[in-house]
Design a binder for this molecule. Structure first.
Ligand SMILES: Cc1ncc(COP(=O)(O)O)c(C=O)c1O
Length: 498
């Protein structure tokens, strides 16, 4: 329901029974909201109310204000989706108006909307996955390793243009392995993007090393070359050479690798590329995830393709990737008996899940195209919203738009962001804030942080005003339109609330 359709539901108490019937027919929502001149809700009117009034002798030209009084059932702006459902169930109604503190109508939630939740990014299977999993069952290759794992590694490596790949049980496991393979250990310093999911930073700490967080640049939101330069200079001044730099490609777009890599190369710091969110993206024609000494992908359930859970460590160095395979299978030495020299993990992907991954890889390009279409739809629908700024796709980048993300460059951004998220949640739509940066997390409160410029904390601003919209490639056209319309209305309501 767009803003125009919503406004058509509001009628003054002077509206006659006949006019109300015609309006109910035209708006097809099954309810009208009778409001006074200040938009305060007086009552709701349904087909049933009009039928009962007519049977009780009301004339067609009787005003709605003369119908038997009925206390309006409604919720306040602070109500959750659960509150809305409770209100519907308790009063056996299918529509719940949402009112502000003054009793004015802001919104209407209908039971129809509650039957199908719109997710942020849910799994989207292709045609081949079930057959590939069947193959694993039929051949009894259920246990870890097997032909699907080998093939998935080969096929993914070919897709991103790297020589080797090792499939892991998660992206986090691949990051942990990657850091270890770059020699990260107790007492080391590792540079890390601050604006990211906590899984990027945790393995640094878990290896006994110290993360030093680096801010984002304001356009594409990935690691700021300016902040990285400042961090490298300062650390060099202190006599510290970071053991690695973990650069995150956010929301389906490569970081500015052509600017970051020369800085890292000059300082002799190897790059571990966290491409968990950017499979299928490219920069100047080169696949995201292929820029680092090592790169990491995730096949978690919310990613552009999924194995339900899984990851991949990629790189051109055959020895590093062979070592990753060994470490991820308990670091067993090549001996008949169980011989162990170094510390290992149980990090391999199972053959069954690799079968799903192979099927998913076949539809990756379609998934990228659909997510870009979804972004284009949002961008069109929201083009006139003042202060709304999308994550920018700079020249030379080809993003997947894994998540369509924008920030609100307006006063009180956090209040507006939360009002919008609450609004969407009441309509059973899952949207999320942009990642809360690591340097603002209690877990990393003691860590160092290099901002984009002195006094300019870009990651914090992106977090405070940033919203990720539902972007799953399996959203259908009516769902997409509904979300875009509700975002528009939710932003208006958020502006009123600010
Ligand atoms: C940037 C980033 N890094 C790492 C991960 C961890 O991947 P996984 O969930 O497969 O362990 C994720 C997502 O989950 C992520 O978004």
């Amino acid at each position: 329901m767009n803003a125009h359709d919503f406004e058509a539901l509001l009628v003054p108490p002077e509206t006659s029974v006949l006019q109300a019937m015609a309006r109910l027919d035209a708006t097809a929502q099954g309810v009208l909201l009778v409001v006074d001149a200040a938009r305060r809700l007086l009552r709701t009117v349904t087909d049933g109310d009009l039928r009962r009034a007519t049977l009780a002798g009301s004339a067609g030209d009787a005003p709605l204000g003369a119908l038997p009084a009925q206390p309006p059932r409604s919720v306040g702006v602070e109500a959750s989706l659960q509150d809305v459902v409770q209100c519907m169930d308790a009063h056996r109604i299918d529509h719940v108006p949402v009112l502000d503190a003054a009793g004015r109508v802001l919104d209407l939630v209908t039971r129809r909307e509650l039957t199908r939740r719109v997710h942020l990014s849910s799994p989207h299977l292709g045609d081949d996955e079930a057959a590939l999993v069947r193959e694993a069952f039929d051949s009894n290759w259920i246990a870890p390793l097997g032909p699907h794992v080998d093939a998935f590694e080969r096929e993914l490596a070919a897709r991103v243009g790297v020589a080797h790949a090792a499939a892991t049980s998660s992206g986090t496991a691949a990051l942990h392995l990657g850091l270890r393979l770059l020699g990260v250990g107790p007492g080391d310093c590792v540079l890390c993007s601050s604006l990211t999911f906590v899984a990027s930073a945790n393995p640094i700490r878990q290896l006994g090393a110290t993360p030093v967080f680096v801010d984002s640049e304001p356009h594409g939101w990935s690691m700021s070359p300016r902040a990285l330069r400042a961090a490298l200079l300062q650390l060099r001044h202190e006599g510290v050479r970071p053991k690695a730099a973990l650069v995150v490609n956010l929301y389906g777009q490569s970081a500015l690798m052509h600017e970051l890599l020369p800085l890292l190369d000059e300082a002799g710091v190897p790059l571990l590329e966290d491409a968990a969110e950017s499979l299928g993206a490219s920069l100047h024609g080169r696949a995201s995830g292929s820029f680092g000494r090592l790169g990491v992908f995730s096949f978690n359930g919310n990613k552009i393709i999924t194995t339900s859970g899984g990851g991949m460590l990629v790189g051109d160095d055959a020895d590093l990737i062979a070592h990753a395979r060994k470490l991820s299978t308990q670091a067993r030495e090549p001996a008949r008996h169980y011989e162990h020299v170094e510390d290992g993990y149980n990090y391999r992907l199972s053959n069954v899940l690799a079968g799903i991954g192979r099927g998913q890889l076949r539809v990756l390009q379609q998934r990228v195209e659909r997510r870009r279409e979804i972004f284009a739809h949002y961008a069109r629908a929201l083009r006139d919203v003042p202060g709304l700024r999308w994550m920018h796709e700079p020249q030379g980048h080809h993003a997947t738009r894994w998540l369509s993300a924008f920030t609100l460059d307006l006063p009180q951004p956090r209040q507006r962001r939360d009002a919008l998220l609450d609004f969407l949640e009441r309509h059973n739509i899952e949207a999320r804030p942009v990642w809360k940066p690591m340097h603002l997390q209690p877990l990393y409160a003691a860590s160092r942080y290099f901002p984009h410029a002195p006094g300019e904390d870009v990651a914090r601003a992106l977090f405070e005003g940033g919203v990720c919209l539902p972007s799953g490639s399996n959203m259908d056209a009516p769902q997409l339109e509904r979300v875009a319309e509700l975002v528009l209305r939710g932003l208006r309501a958020a502006a009123d609330a600010a």
